[in-house]
Design a protein around this ligand. Structure first.
Ligand code: DHB
Length: 310
């Protein structure tokens, strides 16, 4: 009776939950564990052209309110994820592939390689990695992002999505939405990546808690939920022809419900998945269904985007 299915780019997801890119998705083993979990879909670790070891450890640390990380794009190189995409069982779940080229040329090379395969995997181009020393996030250079989006759309020629950093000013929501609305092939936006370049300090040791970049890293978890909901809703309101994937601060059914109420069609989970592992999807799905049942909702469209204002 209760239907929690959702749809993106003509592909059906039985369940709106999936991992956030970067968490539990670097190796085939991890991707296969997501395939056998209750998640409705999955996304790969952001790929670069070459395999990367990433930044020195410790590079992730959990805190009582979330996490901080500066992984530095450790990944197996795009050809590894392209091979996975060839083996993936698309009848079971859609597959997203995250791309984070270190230059526009790298991104163009990767999207062309995926285009050539003709596979139905969905590209999520990441303009928001905060952790590569010397490489600012393209998402905060709106003109450079606009140029890149047009070039990528032209090269790829198929619908795709963009992973954005959080924005904190209404003028920035307006400017970024205008850029996105100018690129028809951008069919979805994933909001948000971690809040970049935060600093967690431990009083006892009088030290930062991760090694790269003098302790600076992206934060996720409880710290970011209101920022994530604001970004989801800001782009949901401004981009009526696009879909929004919500990401940030989800650890139970409650935050899934809030993301969808703000306009999300799919909800990704990062920090909580890192801490709990893929069994989390069963728990969160159950909690979310209980909230829908209590409120008498039968499908996501009954409440998607319907957050009330005063
Ligand atoms: C990494 C972190 C990110 O937030 C991201 O979008 C891509 C990569 C990383 O440090 O590996």
């Amino acid at each position: 009776m209760m239907d929690i299915s959702t749809e993106l780019l003509g592909q059906n997801l039985d369940n709106p939950l999936m991992n956030a890119s970067g968490v539990h998705c670097r190796s085939y083993k991890e991707l296969e564990e997501l395939m056998s979990s209750a998640a409705g879909s999955l996304v790969t670790k952001s790929a670069t052209i070459e395999r990367r070891m990433g930044n020195p450890e410790p590079r992730y640390s959990a805190t009582p309110l979330g996490s901080i990380n500066s992984m530095g794009l450790p990944n197996e190189g795009y050809e590894y994820y392209l091979e996975y995409a060839k083996k993936h069982d698309y009848k079971k779940k859609p597959l997203f592939v995250s791309l984070a080229g270190l230059s526009l040329e790298d991104n163009l090379k990767m999207v062309l390689a995926f285009k050539e395969t003709g596979l139905p995997c969905i590209l999520e181009v990441n303009f928001s990695c905060p952790n590569v020393p010397g490489k600012p996030q393209l998402g905060y250079d709106i003109e450079a992002m606009e140029r890149a989006l047009h070039k990528i759309a032209e090269a790829y020629g198929k619908p795709f999505g963009v992973k954005l950093p959080p924005y904190f000013d209404i003028a920035h929501f307006d400017q970024v939405a205008e850029v996105l609305n100018g690129v028809e092939l951008v069919e979805f936006v994933t909001c948000i990546n971690s809040i970049g370049n935060a600093l967690v300090v431990d009083t006892e040791s009088e030290s930062v808690v991760i090694k790269p970049k003098n302790g600076f890293g992206g934060i996720g978890g409880d710290y970011v939920l209101p920022t994530a909901l604001a970004n989801v809703n800001a782009f949901y309101r401004r981009c009526p022809k696009k879909k929004v994937i919500g990401c940030g601060g989800v650890k139970s059914g409650n935050e899934v419900f809030q993301h969808i109420l703000c306009g999300a069609s799919i909800v990704q989970i990062g920090t909580a998945l890192y801490e709990e592992g893929p069994e989390l999807f069963e728990r969160v799905t159950k909690e979310f269904q209980e909230i829908m049942q209590r409120k008498g909702y039968n499908s996501l469209k009954d409440f998607r985007g319907k957050v009330k204002t005063m």
